[in-house]
Design a protein around this ligand. Sequence first.
Ligand SMILES: NC(=O)c1ccc[n+]([C@@H]2O[C@H](COP(=O)([O-])OP(=O)(O)OC[C@H]3O[C@@H](n4cnc5c(N)ncnc54)[C@H](O)[C@@H]3O)[C@@H](O)[C@H]2O)c1
Length: 306
Amino acid sequence: MGVLDGKVAIVTGAGQGLGRVEALELARHGASVVVNDLGTRADGTGADEGPAQSVVQEIEAAGGKAVTAFGDVADWDAAASIVRKAVDTFGDLNIMVNNAGFSRDGMIVKMTEDQFDSVIRVHVKGHFQMIKHTMDFWRTKSKESGGEPLYGRLISTASDAFLMGNLGQPNYAAAKAAITHLTLSAAREVQRFGATANVILPRARTRMTDSGPWAAIFEKPEEGFDTFSPEHIGPLVSWLASPHAHNVSGNLIQVWGKHVRVYAPPQPALDHENDEPWTLENLNGVLGPFFEGKQPIEDSYTLPMA
Ligand SMILES: NC(=O)c1ccc[n+]([C@@H]2O[C@H](COP(=O)([O-])OP(=O)(O)OC[C@H]3O[C@@H](n4cnc5c(N)ncnc54)[C@H](O)[C@@H]3O)[C@@H](O)[C@H]2O)c1
């Protein structure tokens, strides 16, 4: 008996890295899994059906149920066909894990239009389309059942880049911020179906993080616990997908190693109502002292660990 027996999941970008781990984990708990992947290079170029096929083989070899859905999540028709594949093959769709994506880092002064557009497209449009087509299916299902609550989970993948506005990742940071708020908006909307939507912020060593300025942080230790092994991300996805998380919606949850963090919504650091309408001078009287002695944002590569 698995906690996800009878449930049907899609994991996008599940041919390797975090998506592979998440697909294997969902299948291990009993879900039937649609393994989507375009099989791109690390920069999002190219296409290869091999990675998705090999993850399906891994799931089947472990006794699970899976099928491939090759295709680009940011292509409207391809995204619709991934959802259709779940319903046609397994008869339902309960768990939509949006994970596919890539980064093309660079400073703003050097960033090309294509570098910006491609990263926004895969993450923001990709997440939107998979959520949209999933919700279309849930809407029809809900209507057909006379409004009975259904079992639905949307899980999106953001990043520290959203929290921090990472140096050298302006396109990726913007995309992850957009994903976060797209998902929070979806969380409000899917309540009417009895479904939930949450955002995960993983930290793990994959080809996305094993080179460049972040690589040293994610390096595998010579010995001892491997804090940034991607394996540590799977359980959060299966927990959010499980009945345990039926009342968890509209949250940002970060996981790495043996850590888990739930982020509170943004809180005001200063909340002042003035007696008079604002002028530059009286605003300076309030904001000047508040910012006195505070340092500007750091211009380095950082990852708050504690
Ligand atoms: N690795 C980390 O520490 C980390 C941190 C925060 C967020 N993330 C996010 O996690 C997700 C997975 O990243 P990863 O680190 O496993 O990278 P990865 O490169 O190992 O895996 C990404 C997968 O997405 C697939 N993909 C790319 N474009 C696609 C498209 N248009 N349609 C379908 N599939 C596509 C690739 O083929 C690849 O298999 C990404 O959204 C990434 O931004 C990763």
